[in-house]
Design a protein around this ligand. Structure first.
Ligand code: DO4
Ligand code: MG
Length: 275
């Protein structure tokens, strides 16, 4: 079951049919602990449409905080050790990769998040920015993973590389986070064979493409959630980006106009342009 947040209300997609849930509010709906069963009961009584009439998709977020995990893939550990070696910070990334406690950081308030086809930003004071394609969990107030979406954890590598203490500035700024295109509601974990693919197009031509699978992720989603919810309450639930396993080579930096396409097959493709 997929849920879309749109300018004309909420739409559920199930078995290639679309159901308008116009009378529902996003926060009230997605924070239900029995979300999947509730949606199944709702649509049972409804008349579906075969196609979704064109409408603008919004990011699948209401009042939730967005958090992120870091260095959950070997590729991320490697790239960060390299970018920060001049600053003497490299050892921290290796240590956190192997530590019991994961790296978790606050990524975004809802107003900094953009949705499908909206523009993501690079900082004016950054010279080396990249997208980070990440499987993103939706967790209920009770701590249950009830949905999945695609997240882009836009990052300024030069700022983070200069000093790891600059991480919040490298990660948190207007339009530094994209989520979408929908929330995949499932009580089952995603298969470890699930692919996360990134393509960056410049002037219509692919200038970078790469992929990983969830098998490469060092930590289990439940482990990240368990740490995030320690002494932390989320009355509206929470989104958690689970870290990147795809990092373009060090010679690559995003430019205004670049198109970022992130695909996670059971969820869809999230497309944003830098602007
Ligand atoms: O350690 C800094 C951030 C790491 C991160 O965002 C990632 O690994 O995806
Ligand atoms: Mg990241």
């Amino acid at each position: 079951m997929k849920l879309y947040r749109t300018l004309r209300g909420i739409v559920a997609e199930h078995a290639d049919r679309f159901y308008e849930l116009n009378s529902f509010l996003w926060d009230g709906l997605i924070t239900r602990e029995d979300l999947l069963d509730h949606l199944r009961n709702l649509i049972r009584e409804m008349k579906p449409a075969d196609v979704l009439a064109p409408r603008e998709l919004l990011p699948p977020i209401g009042s939730q905080e967005v958090w992120a995990a870091g260095v959950t893939y070997y590729r991320s550990r490697d790239a960060r050790m390299e970018e920060s070696k001049g600053a003497g910070g490299g050892d921290f990334y290796d240590r956190v990769y192997h530590a019991t406690r994961p790296e978790l950081f606050f990524k975004s308030a809802p107003h900094r998040v953009v949705g499908p086809d909206a523009k993501v930003a690079i900082r004016d004071d950054a010279s080396w920015s990249v997208p980070e394609p990440e499987l993103t969990l939706f967790i209920t107030p009770g701590g249950k993973i009830s949905g999945y979406t695609i997240g882009n954890d836009m990052s300024s590598r030069d700022i983070e590389g200069e000093n790891p203490l600059y991480l919040p500035q490298a990660k948190v700024y207007d339009r530094s986070c994209a989520l979408g295109p929908c929330l995949l509601i499932s009580d089952e974990p995603l298969s470890s064979a699930t692919e996360i693919a990134l393509e960056i197009r410049r002037g219509g031509v692919a200038v970078f493409s790469g992929a990983t699978t969830l098998k490469e992720m060092k930590r289990k989603p439940e482990e990240l959630v368990e740490y995030l919810y320690r002494n932390n309450s989320f009355p509206h639930g929470c989104f958690l980006l689970t870290g990147t396993g795809v990092v373009p080579p060090d010679s690559f930096a995003l430019r205004v106009g670049d198109e970022i396409r992130i695909t996670i097959p059971p969820i869809g493709t999230l497309v944003n342009v830098v602007g």
